[in-house]
Design a binder for this molecule. Structure first.
Ligand code: ACO
Length: 311
């Protein structure tokens, strides 16, 4: 039995009315949003690391400038999303602490290494492609600040996706070695990209409630299917082979059937045992510690200013 306040809240959601920070909301709604938005923010922040790894080694000055801008965009998305989470009554410091202590999750995808330049192409094409597939519907989610943040984020993600595909195009039109490098990157990033959408609908603990609250607009499997259907023709256009022997067009459903995802790998990665989890966390912790003098300096300055105003 739903209490009247909760029923009124659900009716607003069903009517497509946005919920704003000062509106009444069930504690579960608030908690779910803080969890999802902060995990999303952490993903953007940690997501800078695999690509940052290639900034000094980009093959041309132009590629370097583009990659630098893209990685800066990811930092911006992270800060933007932390602000959206803060409207729900949690502080940036608390969220940072949850990330650095290993309590909060961030996307599984950022625990894989970037071994060659082609990985930067594959990340833009596949990882940002998957991110857009998931985030475009979130522009219509029920929480105002999150939905509005997604508008700008999606515009920038589209640029990221195109720059990644452009790298793949160049490599695929290049020497046989370059094309092989592109194929190798697709081989390694394909399955982890499918895992970004989360566990299967049967295993997804939060989906039903989050969809009722319009914190999620589509299920994990729905978005994963849309991603496969969109991406396979793009791989064909590049002349690359998707590393899935079971991939097959299914006329009846008007989409591709694809092979079984290695869920054991997925759950290992989100438990902290992926190829780069420890390295990623160590890099974030070090960055935070290295920044301590700066935070202290800011505080000292703010105190001095306040002191001056008092006198
Ligand atoms: N990586 C890490 N953790 C994941 C992933 C993943 N790919 N997919 C699911 N999980 C976690 C969930 O966070 C949840 O953990 P928790 O209960 O400890 O918080 C658990 O696995 C169960 O999964 P679901 O019940 O399906 O969780 P949820 O309903 O939150 O769906 C999803 C997961 C689809 C990622 C959702 O949170 C979402 O849409 N988030 C916003 C988008 C986002 O975060 N994108 C980040 C990558 S894109 C980028 O940064 C470029």
């Amino acid at each position: 039995e739903m209490d009247p306040q909760e029923r009124a809240f659900q009716e607003r959601i069903d009517a497509g009315i946005k919920i704003e920070p000062k509106d009444w909301m069930p504690e579960g709604y608030r908690k779910t949003l803080i969890r999802q938005i902060s995990q999303h923010a952490h993903s953007e922040i940690v997501g800078q690391l695999p690509e940052g790894n290639w900034i000094t080694r980009a093959p041309t000055l132009e590629r370097k400038a583009i990659l630098l801008a893209k990685v800066q965009d990811e930092a911006g998305h992270g800060l933007y999303l932390y602000c959206a989470a803060e409207t729900l009554g949690v502080s940036r410091d608390q969220l940072t602490e949850q990330l650095l202590s290993g309590k909060a999750k961030y996307s599984s995808i950022f625990n894989y290494p970037t071994l060659t330049w082609a990985d930067i192409g594959a990340i833009g094409w596949l990882v940002d492609g998957a991110a857009i597939m998931n985030q475009v519907p979130l522009q219509r989610c029920s929480f105002g600040p999150y939905s509005r943040a997604m508008i700008r984020v999606c515009k920038e993600e589209s640029f990221h996706q195109r720059q990644g595909y452009d790298i793949m195009m160049k490599l695929c039109q290049g020497t046989p070695e370059q094309k092989a490098m592109a194929q190798d990157a697709l081989n390694r990033w394909w399955w982890p990209s499918l895992m970004m959408f989360g566990p299967s609908d049967a295993e997804s603990v939060h989906s039903a409630q989050s969809m009722a609250w319009k914190i999620k607009l589509n299920s994990n499997d729905e978005l994963r299917q849309k991603f496969v259907d969109q991406t396979v023709p793009q791989a064909e256009y590049l002349g690359l082979t998707v590393p899935d022997p079971d991939l097959k067009w299914n006329e009846d459903k008007g989409g591709y059937d694809y092979g079984e995802i290695d869920w054991a790998e997925f759950f290992e990665v989100i438990k902290g045992n992926g190829p780069c989890n420890r390295e990623r966390m160590a890099a974030r912790v070090k960055a935070h510690e290295d920044g301590a003098w700066f935070r202290e300096g800011l505080m000292a300055h703010a105190e001095k200013q306040a002191e001056r105003r008092r006198n």
